[in-house]
Design a protein around this ligand. Structure first.
Ligand code: HEM
Length: 133
């Protein structure tokens, strides 16, 4: 049904915009308050992945052609971004909750946001280009 597809696409783009946009901003701010946004970012990432696989099933079922290969690059970059954020920001967040000084962990979180920024830019390029392939 077209209305379901449009709703899922809108949810996908909203989740993606929040995840990528907040990552770009936190990288710009040097990881400032990254630990506070981590939970919301991972929630948005999960929503982007679930809705993304629904869209793939609806719009790209069948042969693994050029469009699907480009999408797969975007998906791989998104998973890598989530992994980097989980390891660097999630790890730092756990230490902060356990009582560590956030200032000492700021460089590590900034590095995580910068790496994730590059990866999510690759995802966005792949996702938006694929429609015209
Ligand atoms: C990780 C799992 C993901 C999967 C399986 C997935 C899959 C898809 C699919 C199948 C489409 C529709 C493409 C088409 O029109 O033919 C799409 C659109 C889109 N995706 Fe993803 N996606 C994922 C994650 C992401 C992430 C992390 C972002 C951004 C950070 C993103 C951003 C977008 C955008 C902006 C569109 C709309 C493109 C347009 O309509 O012009 N996606 N995605």
């Amino acid at each position: 049904m077209l209305s379901v597809l449009i709703t899922v696409l809108v949810l996908h783009v909203l989740a993606a915009v929040f995840w990528a946009g907040s990552t770009f901003t936190l990288a710009w701010l040097g990881g400032e308050r990254a630990e506070q946004l981590f939970g919301a970012q991972m929630g948005a990432a999960a929503l982007a992945v679930i809705t993304g696989f629904y869209l793939w099933g609806e719009l790209h079922r069948g042969p693994f052609g050029m469009a699907e290969q480009i999408l797969a690059v975007g998906v791989a970059a998104a998973f890598a971004a989530a992994g980097v954020q989980g390891a660097l920001i999630g790890g730092a967040r756990r230490k902060i909750i356990a009582g560590a000084d956030p200032t000492a962990l700021r460089r590590r979180m900034a590095a995580g946001e910068r790496i994730a920024t590059i990866l999510l830019a690759i995802t966005l390029i792949a996702m938006t280009a694929v429609r015209y392939i």
